[in-house]
Design a protein around this ligand. Structure first.
Ligand code: BES
Ligand code: MN
Ligand code: ZN
Length: 508
């Protein structure tokens, strides 16, 4: 999945040497006026399809025709981009993915996507070029690692972002090239996270997960340290050890560090990701139906690992620490039981009323550890609660945290990066639901506001450090294929976390 070729070409559409040139088309616009060369590009086929309203610009609608009239492309695709009012970077990314996925299905070897200025200069050419590159790469993702026959179409060999020479910003050629490269790295890193989520839990145990993180770190020059059981015990991470007790597989804590020369002493960004490689629920066991999906309960951890990869390649200007507590939640003979009390590394005690609320336990110790390593700002990502899926469905991740400007900065970045997240509250009432008779708190607050009680549990471990929590239980996995997203792991939060590190100037 690594090493997809995507390049920038500053070129008139007619001069692009490719098998399929994709032209996005907004609903209601006069396409032939906007891209006049199209009129004689296909022997009048585009003009006719526009006149008969076969082509209307509805989102992801696709029209393919052979190119003619001196165009170097083999074929032209007109892809619907929807209404101008809705045309933002996320729509552009989705349109690029949809077009590239359709091209892959047709086994197109070389695809090019034409950049067109946004309706009211909503975004610049560099942002668009990056986003198109991301979208193209996301479409290259395949889930075929374990298929011995039944070959799925391979990703294209060559992808090109085409910027016409008439575009003002071509003066800053280098900036455009960098933007495409940034998009390539972010897209690739998202796909690596998706690969990790697809791995079955018999392959991806906590120790194998840690080995993968080491391998990724070596490839990009990140420092990495893996804490084993002894180290974890020495640090008194009793919450993580408690969760891991029921499994034959020992836990790990993955610690990745990006520290560029000359990085300021502050901020230090701490990224924390839930790494449950399989969640049976433990003694509070889950029903069999759909339990297989719980192999992706490490999606938050994968997002942190792969965001760290992108952060290193793209040389974020600040120090970033990635912490991924990894364990398997199993109902073994030594497993924790409802009513057990655990003591975390921070000293806080937790009465475990439900062993299936394991994510918040391991994150509690990891949030503590990230602070001990010097994090001044925290973001955690976790497939934390079914209640978040009830609240927001698959349309957005739950976003919690404090203070408000920090959370709002992340919301904005996430929207641009294609990881829509919606703000959720941390009211004191939720903390009251976590009161324990015998310990500092219980680990479940009952049925009401399940995503919020989970978040206030984490807040106890974030202390007063600016902290945000993304509940990605609904967004880490797509149950239905969409034109712009295949069924399966989505790579949620990779781009948001990486962009956060890259844009530190905006939030410090
Ligand atoms: N990993 C699950 C949450 C989850 C549910 C992720 C569905 C993806 C899809 C988490 O560990 C869990 O089991 N949460 C419980 C908490 C409850 C026991 C308080 C839940 O949501 O039911
Ligand atoms: Mn669980
Ligand atoms: Zn879980």
């Amino acid at each position: 999945m690594v090493g997809n070729a995507v390049a920038l070409a500053v070129s008139a559409p007619a001069d692009v040497d490719t098998d399929l040139l994709v032209v996005p088309h907004l609903e209601g616009e006069n396409l032939l006026q906007a891209v006049p060369e199209l009129a004689h590009a296909s022997g009048g086929a585009v003009e006719k399809a526009l006149n008969t309203r076969e082509v209307q610009g509805k989102p992801y609608e696709l029209f393919l025709t052979p190119a003619a009239g001196g165009w170097r492309a083999g074929r032209i695709a007109i892809v619907g981009a929807g209404r101008a009012a809705d045309f933002d970077l996320e729509r552009l990314r989705r349109v690029a993915t949809a077009a590239a996925a359709a091209a892959k299905q047709r086994r197109v070897a070389r695809i090019a996507f034409l950049y067109r200025p946004s309706p009211d200069a909503r975004f610049d050419a560099a942002a668009a070029a990056q986003t198109i590159a991301e979208g193209l790469i996301l479409a290259a993702f395949n889930s075929d690692r374990y298929k011995s026959r039944d070959h799925v179409p391979p990703p294209p060999e060559r992808m090109t972002v085409v910027v016409p020479p008439s575009t003002q910003e071509t003066a800053q050629l280098h900036a455009l090239e960098e933007a495409v490269e940034r998009g390539r790295v972010l897209g690739e890193s998202s796909n690596i996270a998706r690969d990790l989520c697809n791995e079955p839990a018999n392959v991806l145990t906590p120790s194998v997960f840690a080995e993968r993180a080491v391998q990724i770190s070596r490839e990009v020059g990140l420092s990495v340290e893996i804490l084993d059981e002894d180290e974890i015990a020495r640090l008194r991470m009793g919450l993580l050890l408690g969760v891991a007790r029921g499994s034959a597989e020992p836990p790990r804590v993955i610690v990745m560090t990006h520290e560029p020369p000359g990085a300021p002493a502050s901020p230090v960004l701490g990224l924390v990701g839930k790494g449950i490689t399989f969640d049976t629920g433990g003694i509070s066991i889950k029903p069999a139906e759909g339990m297989d999906r719980m192999k992706d309960d490490m999606a938050g951890g994968a997002a942190v690992i792969c965001a760290m990869r992108a952060i290193a390649i793209l040389r974020a200007p600040i120090k970033v620490i990635g912490v991924v507590p990894a364990a398997e939640n199993m109902p073994g003979g030594r497993a924790i039981k409802p009513g057990d009390v655990l003591t975390g590394a921070s000293g806080k005690t937790v009465e475990v009323l439900n062993t299936d609320a394991e994510g918040r336990l391991i994150l509690g110790d990891a949030l503590w550890y990230a602070q001990r390593l010097g994090a001044t700002h925290l973001v955690d990502v976790a497939t934390l609660t079914g209640a978040c899926v009830v609240a927001l469905g698959k349309a957005a991740s739950g976003l919690f945290g404090q203070p408000e400007p920090w959370v709002e900065a992340i919301r904005k970045l996430a929207a641009r990066a294609g990881d829509r997240a919606w703000p959720m509250p941390l009211y004191d009432e939720y903390s009251e639901q976590l009161r324990s008779e015998i310990a500092d708190m219980v680990n479940t607050g009952g049925r009401a506001a399940g995503a919020c009680t989970a978040a206030v549990f984490l807040k106890e471990f974030a202390n007063d450090v600016p902290w945000a929590h993304l509940d990605v239980a609904g967004t880490a996995w797509a149950d239905e294929p969409k034109p712009w997203q295949s069924k399966g792991p989505t790579g949620v939060a990779v781009r948001t976390l990486a962009e956060l590190a890259l844009s530190s100037a905006d939030w410090t």
